[in-house]
Design a protein around this ligand. Structure first.
Ligand SMILES: [Fe+2]
Length: 323
């Protein structure tokens, strides 16, 4: 399942369903080894928080709950209590079908694949649905707090090992042409109390990778589950962002490495925030939304170094079956 080391060559595959060439959604490498000439067109999909089981966890709300969540900036629906994860699984299946139709270079799942870290059923369903993704499209996993921490907050040696057995490394790098993508384990970064060595090792790795990319004149793009910040770099610590002291350190490395883009989930809403020329995108969920934007994912395009993106609602996307 895990395919971080995959280095698929650029292709001009035909879409088996539509018969059309994957023209607008494939990679053109132009002199990838020449630092002056960079990727002309690379498109990928950033998903987050399919979180199978979250819909049931947020069910059974009454009017008072709705008001209480609204006071904390979250939008939840009033309704009866339900069980299971069919609702979330349906949305994830739609997202995978849409990805098959769009034929991106790769898909990133930005964490919180399941709601209950102990549920084998939820995990199996995530893997089963993911296996429908076309074999030519690699899936890159990012660990979320519901995936790599048994208490959904603090990872342990055991919970990290368990995650790695299923999904592969929790932090890693992969390249496409001259671009280096770095996946961070923000769960460890956020709550390293029980695994301090993991924090030290990851931070040392991150600095090494950023310095190496600088020497190789590679553009770097970051993925993580928690955003560094949701609205502004100096915002107070909260459940939703990374702790300020660590955030300051990461931002120092980010600015030193001239990194301009990071993508995260966790917030179940959309937000674009900046610190200088660094853009922190927090992207809405494939599963249960806690804001006004519906379930969806983000289409990201890199064109001669310029990164553009847009959030697409699942309801506006092709499902593969319709085309
Ligand atoms: Fe999360």
């Amino acid at each position: 399942m895990y395919s971080a080391s995959s280095q698929s060559a650029p292709t001009t595959q035909q879409n088996a369903t539509t018969g059309k060439a994957a023209g607008s959604f494939h990679v053109d490498y132009v002199g990838a080894t020449d630092p002056e000439v960079i990727v002309a067109n690379l498109e990928f999909i950033f998903m987050a928080d399919c979180q199978l089981g979250a819909f049931a966890s947020f069910s059974g709300m009454d009017a008072a709950d709705v008001v209480s969540y609204a006071a904390r900036g979250m939008r939840v629906e009033e309704g009866p209590r339900i069980d299971g994860f069919e609702w979330d699984a349906d949305r994830y299946a739609e997202a995978i079908a849409a990805a098959n139709d769009l034929r991106p270079e790769f898909v990133v799942m930005g964490g919180d694949m399941v709601d209950d870290p102990a549920s084998e059923e939820q995990l199996e369903a995530v893997l089963r649905i993911t296996s429908r993704l076309d074999a030519s499209i690699p899936m890159f996993w990012v660990p979320g707090n519901h995936d790599i921490a048994a208490d959904t907050v603090k990872p342990t040696r055991h919970s990290i090992d368990k995650y790695r057995e299923v999904f592969g490394p929790d932090y890693y790098a992969f390249d496409r042409g001259p671009i280096r993508f770095l996946v961070l384990d923000t769960v460890v970064l956020d709550s390293p109390q029980q695994v301090p060595d993991e924090l030290d090792e990851q931070l040392a790795w991150f600095e090494r990778e950023v310095d190496r990319a600088g020497e190789q004149q590679r553009q770097v793009i970051l993925f993580g589950h928690h955003p560094l910040f949701v609205a502004e770099a100096g915002e107070p610590d909260s459940y939703w962002n990374l702790p300020r002291e660590l955030r300051r350190h990461l931002l120092e490395v980010i600015h030193r490495g001239r990194i301009k883009n990071a993508f995260a989930g966790h917030w179940h809403r959309n937000s674009i925030a900046r610190d200088g020329d660094f853009e922190m995108v927090t992207s809405g969920p494939v599963g249960y939304p806690l804001g006004d934007d519906p379930s969806g994912f983000r289409l990201v395009s890199i064109n001669r170094g310029a990164v553009t993106h847009r959030y697409a609602a699942l309801s506006d996307l092709p499902t593969g079956e319709a085309s």
